[in-house]
Design a protein around this ligand. Structure first.
Ligand SMILES: [Zn+2]
Length: 244
């Protein structure tokens, strides 16, 4: 059986049997993959302790007949220990991992998506907790906004997505592909200008600046815009996000 070494971030771990877990991983070499870690649930397993959601590891994956690989060895690159000492950070990381899980396609490596995820977890592991729920943390929203770009789903925000005009943008139409003016707003969702501006900022600026780009009052609006795009284009509703 073929095997490959790759850096990976654990997105999700599901108990598979008494001793084994099935992991969803995003890998640098192969994109998102699933793999079974045999014996990882045994208390004597060194591997099990390393393969927690959010950690960055070096793994060797043996390819199986189906889609499920087998992890035979894992070594820690970064445990992101800071995530585990604060509830807010761990919850925020959970939102990011769920987004990666649902948005990134299987077996399609993306250096951009890889670096984005690494950077987000690095920042979250040492970030102070902003006020409000973890799902509205600007770093979470910033990572999600940038994942839209990586996925080719970034909405038009600077001019009307229907007529191209530079009129004030008062609504958001996922079908039209972005913000729309009052003339083109039939059937579109009303939107706060602040949320549009914040989303545009998150897209255009480095992730580390996210906390300065999203006023607390606009965070829920940004979450909603991202949610509308994901629902329209991928049929995805994030469990960690507020219902649309
Ligand atoms: Zn228009």
């Amino acid at each position: 059986m073929a095997a490959y070494d790759t850096e990976a971030i654990v997105l999700r771990s599901i108990r598979y049997s008494e001793a084994d877990v099935v992991l969803a991983l995003t890998t640098r070499e192969r994109g998102r993959v699933s793999a079974i870690a045999k014996g990882a649930r045994r208390t004597t397993s060194k591997m099990g302790g390393r393969l927690q959601p959010g950690v960055r590891v070096q793994v060797t994956i043996h390819e199986g007949r189906g889609d499920l690989g087998t992890i035979r060895a894992a070594s820690m690159i970064d445990a992101h220990a800071g995530l585990w000492v604060a509830g807010h950070r761990l919850q925020a990381a959970g939102c990011v991992l769920e987004t990666a899980m649902r948005v990134m396609p299987e077996n399609e490596p993306s250096e951009e998506a890889w670096h984005l995820l690494v950077r987000t977890l690095d920042l979250l592991a040492r970030a102070p907790a902003p006020p409000g729920p973890a799902r509205l943390d600007p770093l979470v929203l910033g990572c999600q906004a940038k994942l839209l770009i990586v996925s080719g789903l970034m909405p038009v925000l600077g001019s009307c997505a229907r007529c191209g005009g530079a009129h004030p943008l008062v609504a958001f139409s996922p079908v039209a592909g972005g913000a729309v003016c009052a003339d083109c707003g039939a059937g579109a969702e009303p939107v706060e200008p602040g949320a549009l501006a914040a989303l545009a900022g998150l897209v255009g600026r480095p992730l580390a600046e996210a906390p300065d780009l999203v006023p607390a009052g606009d965070a829920a609006g940004v979450e909603r815009l991202i949610g509308l795009v994901l629902r329209e284009h991928l049929g995805v509703q994030l469990r960690s996000a507020a219902p649309l």
